[in-house]
Structure formats: structure tokens, C-alpha cells
Design a binder for this molecule. Structure first.
Ligand code: 5AD
Ligand code: SF4
Length: 370
């Protein structure tokens, strides 16, 4: 173990150079050292709890054309769907039966009135069917403040909007350069969410073509500066029917991408002690235990997939997306998992971010220069 690594891990705050050093660790032993530090911070700040959010991938209809995403508008090979009302109700009941405590409504991005009303209806349905018991996270992209406010009033209280990368140059390499994909609009949307009162989450993709460790260090500093309450970040996984696929020869190998993603989570946990960090589904495309390894690296939220199976093959954001069968076996068997011995699965709780307190909405993110 290098003395430098031990020294850096004893610091209270990290410089960019420190983060680059941590993200560059190469040996198993050094990685374990970083994970152990993250684990001890996690234990003293948020405990060994794991919160569950049943994920409903409500619709794959999307107006956007992100160059990496399998359900981008330009991919004509995808059959588009909206989960029927009957199936939404079945998924909500499924979450209640399993006592998951919270659900996440994720969807491709649309801003038309019909969509806004549909999401609003689903939020209200979740609240009535569960008698107010289920917490609700939304992940439905960039919307106007009016829309965000409407959904908040109907009962949504957490919102995840990934920035994907904080580096403007890389951002425009992975998005079309037009007004539907302006980086500044995402920052403005995050600010609106915060001002309205949501617990706000963001995140990035790890291992994008040409992405450097220096850019990833900036991503972590960016999330810290934004003072987000939650983070969902995971590996970039190529998808054949997307423009970014042509750069697949410029990717780090999958085993390294997994390790880098896990170290990113661990370093973030050390930097932002009491936030909620979700274990991203994309990790399971790299290793069948990927999501569990992320918990050991510092994540504290798991999202079992509740989308009815018949829709799932059309929600392939990336190749090899797992879980085409009804049960999310990993979560079903979590109690007996050797890897997760000693962790507590919290059932029936919202599992809000310990980092969030309402008055902070007036500070933090709102200081960000746009
Ligand atoms: N690999 C990994 N994650 C992806 N996402 C979209 N496409 C991919 C991909 N190819 C993620 C983005 C988006 C979220 C819904 O899914 O980060 O915000
Ligand atoms: Fe649409 Fe989100 Fe995919 Fe972009 S990443 S194309 S906004 S679903």
C-alpha cells in the first residue's frame, strides 16, 4: 500500500489531485483499502441500511436523441410503449406486497400536456392505492418549473436528473448539439427542482468513450458543489443501435469499467458522507453481482425492477440489460446473500436522504453559476 494513498484517505476534504490518485488505484489491495474507508464512513453516517425502490419504467417514448441511449427517438427498431393503467396498478400492488417502501417512476422524456397529466395521474394513483405509504422518486427528465411543481404537489418528493458528464466538451460529444440537448437547461432544471423542494439527485456515466480520470474527478467535485441529496451513477454500456457505438474501440475493458465505477462510488461516499447513493442496474451488465458490490463500495439504495416483463425488452438503454424475468432475483435473495452479510434491508420505509433538510433548498445548488 502506498503511503500516499493512506495519507490521502486520512484527509477531511480532497483536492482534485487527491481524487485523481484515488480513482487511479490499480491493485485489488488498494481498491479494498478505499472501499473499507468508504464502508466505515457509511457506517458512521448512514448505518448499514439498504433502502429499496421498486422501479417502474413507465414509457420508452422519448423526444430526445442522446447518442448513447438505446431508446433515443432516432432508434426506429424499438417498439414504443406506455405501461397500461392496469399494469401500473399491478406494479404498485407488487411494491406494496413486497413492502418496498418507495417506487421510482422512470420514463423517456416528453414535455407535452398529455405526458405531464399522465405522470400526474400515476403519482396520485400511487398515493391513493398505498394510502400515502409509498414514497415516490421521479426520473422523467427536464421539465418546466410548473410541471415540477404540479408533480411535487401531487406527492412526488425526490427527483433524479443525471447530468451524465459535467465536462461541456464531452457532454456535446455524447449529445446532439441542438436546443433539446443544452447542458445549461439541465443545470437550470436541477436548480428548479431544488427550489421547489424536492430531494434532488444527479449522476454521471462512467467509462464513456474518451472519458478521462481527470473528467471523472471533476464530476465528483461537481456533485459535491451541487450539494445533491442523492446520486445514481453507473458504467456506460455500449448499445449497438446508437451513434456512440462506433467508438466502442475507445472504451476501457469491462472489468476495469466495473472497478472504476465501484471506486467512484466509494470516493463519493467519502466526499458526501450522508447522501443516498443508488446501486445502478447497469453494473449488473458487467458482473452478475455488480449491484451488490456497489453496496459494499458505499451505495445504500437498490432498485428492484417492477416493470411488467412484457415491456422490458423495449427498455434496453444499453446492451445486455439484465432482468427479463419477472422476479428481480438478486433482490429477492438478498437476505441470504453472502456478499451482503451484516447489511439491513429496510422494508416499508421511504428511506429519504439523510443529507436533505428543507431550508437547504435556499442555498447549495442555487449558488451554482450558470
Ligand atoms: N449506458 C449506461 N447508462 C445509460 N443510460 C442511458 N444510456 C446508457 C448507456 N448506454 C442512463 C443515462 C440516463 C439513464 C436513464 O440511463 O445515464 O440518465
Ligand atoms: Fe431519452 Fe433519457 Fe435516453 Fe436521452 S438518456 S434518449 S433523454 S431516455
Amino acid at each position: 500500500m502506498s503511503d500516499n494513498l493512506i495519507k490521502i484517505l486520512s484527509f477531511n476534504t480532497f483536492s482534485k489531485e487527491d481524487i485523481v490518485t484515488l480513482l487511479s488505484v490499480k491493485s485489488e489491495a488498494e481498491r479494498e483499502h478505499v472501499f473499507n474507508k468508504a464502508e466505515s464512513i457509511r457506517e458512521e453516517s448512514v448505518g448499514k441500511n439498504i433502502y429499496l425502490r421498486g422501479l417502474i419504467e413507465l414509457s420508452n417514448i422519448c423526444e430526445k436523441n442522446c447518442l448513447y441511449c438505446g431508446i433515443r427517438a432516432g432508434n426506429k427498431q424499438v417498439e414504443r410503449y406506455i405501461v397500461s393503467e392496469k399494469d401500473v396498478i399491478a406494479s404498485i400492488n407488487h411494491a406494496l406486497e413486497k413492502n418496498y417502501g418507495s417506487v421510482v417512476i422512470q420514463s423517456g422524456e416528453r414535455t407535452d400536456e398529455e405526458f405531464v397529466e399522465m405522470i400526474d395521474g400515476v403519482i396520485k394513483k400511487i398515493k391513493t392505492i398505498s394510502d400515502g405509504k409509498l414514497g415516490i422518486t421521479l426520473s422523467c427528465g427536464e421539465q418546466t418549473p410548473e410541471t415540477y411543481r404540479k408533480w411535487y404537489k401531487s406527492g412526488a418528493h425526490r427527483y433524479l436528473l443525471r447530468i451524465e458528464t459535467s465536462d461541456p466538451e464531452l457532454y456535446y460529444k455524447i449529445h446532439p448539439q441542438n436546443k433539446k440537448h443544452f447542458l445549461v437547461n439541465r443545470l437550470v432544471a436541477l436548480r428548479h427542482l431544488r427550489e421547489i423542494g424536492y430531494q434532488v439527485g444527479s449522476g454521471v456515466m462512467i467509462g464513456l468513450p474518451g472519458q478521462t480520470v481527470s473528467q471523472l474527478a471533476d464530476d465528483l467535485l461537481f456533485l459535491k458543489q451541487m450539494d445533491v441529496d442523492m446520486v445514481g451513477m453507473g458504467p456506460y454500456i455500449e448499445h449497438k443501435h446508437t451513434p456512440l457505438y462506433q467508438f466502442s474501440n475507445n472504451l476501457i475493458p469491462k472489468a476495469e469499467r466495473l472497478n472504476l465505477s465501484l471506486v467512484m462510488i466509494a470516493v463519493l461516499r467519502i466526499m458526501m458522507k450522508n447522501i443516498n447513493i443508488a446501486s445502478s442496474t447497469a453494473l449488473d451488465s458487467l458482473d452478475s453481482n455488480g449491484r451488490l458490490l456497489a453496496i459494499k463500495a458505499g451505495a445504500n439504495v437498490l432498485m428492484p425492477n417492477l416493470t411488467p416483463v412484457k415491456y422490458r425488452e423495449n427498455y434496453f438503454l444499453y446492451d445486455n440489460k439484465p432482468y427479463l424475468t419477472e422476479a428481480d432475483e438478486l433482490v429477492e435473495n438478498i437476505g441470504s446473500s453472502e456478499i451482503l452479510k451484516g447489511y439491513l434491508i429496510k422494508l416499508g420505509e421511504w428511506g429519504d436522504s439523510a443529507h436533505f433538510f428543507p431550508d437547504r433548498n435556499k442555498i447549495g445548488l442555487c449558488k451554482i453559476q450558470l
